[in-house]
Design a protein around this ligand. Structure first.
Ligand code: FES
Length: 116
């Protein structure tokens, strides 16, 4: 695996997708660039308006990231299946600390906050 790459494993209730993300990309960028087939994921294209990019990180991954901004927290509040390690995938950027890889859970229920 190249120096600027991070192995990203997306886990849904039914499937596991393993792709190589690039440091500096958001988890949403990885889903889009690698065509990860997550239905409806990232509906607002990273503009913090939807919460369909809700992901659940490992505790270790969550803890080493900067805390979410107010805007992200407000949007996360609308996400079904919220957990203590929940983030919005469009706000989680891959860093070299994420090498060799990260595991990201994708909740089965998503909701587009724009339709509330
Ligand atoms: Fe809509 Fe992340 S893609 S909030």
């Amino acid at each position: 695996i190249a120096n600027d790459k991070v192995l990203v494993t997306f886990k849904t209730a039914e499937d596991t997708f393993e792709v190589q993300g690039t440091i500096g990309e958001s988890l949403l960028d990885v889903v889009v660039n690698k065509d990860v087939p997550l239905d409806g994921f990232g509906a607002c294209e990273g503009t913090l308006a939807c919460c369909t990019c809700h992901v659940v990180l490992t505790e270790e991954h969550f803890d080493r990231l900067a805390k979410p901004e107010e805007e992200e927290l407000d949007m996360l509040d609308l996400a079904p299946e919220l957990t203590d390690q929940s983030r919005l995938g469009c706000q989680v950027i891959l860093t070299k600390e994420d090498k060799p890889g990260v595991v990201v859970k994708v909740p089965s229920v998503t909701r587009d906050a724009r339709s509330l």
